[in-house]
Design a protein around this ligand. Sequence first.
Ligand code: HEC
Ligand code: HEC
Ligand code: HEC
Length: 264
Amino acid sequence: MRRGLLALGLLMAVSGLPAAPLYLERVEQAEPDARAVAEAREQIEDHEEVTVIEELPLPPFHRRRPIPSTRKQPFCLRCHLPLPHRRDERARTFLNMHSRFVSCETCHMRPDGVKLTYRWLAYDGIDAGSPLPPGTRALREGEEERKGSIVPRQGARIAPFHAGEVALILGDHPFAEAVMTRWENGSVAERATLKARLHAPLEKEGPECGACHGERPMLDLGALGATPEQWRLLRQNAIVRFFERFDDENERLRIDGLLRRKFP
Ligand code: HEC
Ligand code: HEC
Ligand code: HEC
């Protein structure tokens, strides 16, 4: 840990005190309670059974479109599969698709009372690990409006920043190396504590679609380079609209189901 923080100080050319990324700060401060550790232990024990089953030659249903490998990998993928979302059958394809251009932490780390800003972070190329300069790309000659993707280049992901510094760590960070050594060599009890600590700063569920596609997006799409037209298209996205309606209907179906069970 000490080594991790020192290495980090060298990497960050900041004036004043080099701050640890918010995620690391939060993991260090974490004091998971007995319930969180017990839950983690249960998950790890269940997970071991799942791993054994997954070694059977099943068709690679969830892995048909792997996320292209980048020079830097998210820290989270040291343990999670590249397509980590399975539970919500309806949303998982979209959540996994978003993981190509939205960092895990953007959706899963939104601590209360902390002001985060969002910028593009390079995961690929020689500048992997560095933020990309803000601003909207100028329209090309003859281009009246840009309608395509706002992703500036392959392997760039929207990442959270805190007080001007990137708030997450990448998979090759010294802290990540230390975690993996402990994870691979630890007992079930040690891994349960580690899992609970690493996830204490995280949310189990990410934001609703509307948190980014709605009228008051959590992301400053202009600062991320979207033109007003691209912004409008993201707000009015038909698939997101469909999802929101579907959610309401699902809610109704669920209540109907409950009623039916009560009055057979
Ligand atoms: C050292 C291994 C490890 C790392 C690193 C790790 N996870 Fe996990 N994570 C687990 C395990 C084990 C579980 C529980 C079993 C499962 O759901 O696969 C889990 C579960 C989760 C869950 C489900 C809710 C919960 O808390 O049980 C979310 C969401 C999650 N992780 C997100 C992340 C994100 C985001 C990162 C990166 C910031 C990350 N994880 C890094 C091992 C890890
Ligand atoms: C666009 C937002 C978004 C991004 C990006 C994202 N997640 Fe999630 N994640 C969610 C939401 C929403 C859920 C809750 C889904 C549900 O209702 O089951 C979730 C659930 C999960 C779960 C619970 C298990 C499951 O099957 O759903 C895990 C584990 C997880 N995320 C890990 C990750 C990791 C690792 C990354 C980065 C590679 C990541 N997430 C990126 C939004 C996101
Ligand atoms: C953290 C913010 C965030 C969340 C949460 C989020 N999205 Fe997105 N989504 C984006 C961004 C940014 C883009 C633009 C990607 C691009 O331009 O290539 C996008 C693009 C899309 C697109 C492609 C639009 C197109 O025209 O290419 C669809 C479809 C979509 N999102 C659906 C969803 C659904 C469904 C959910 C909820 C399950 C969701 N999004 C949640 C940020 C988010």
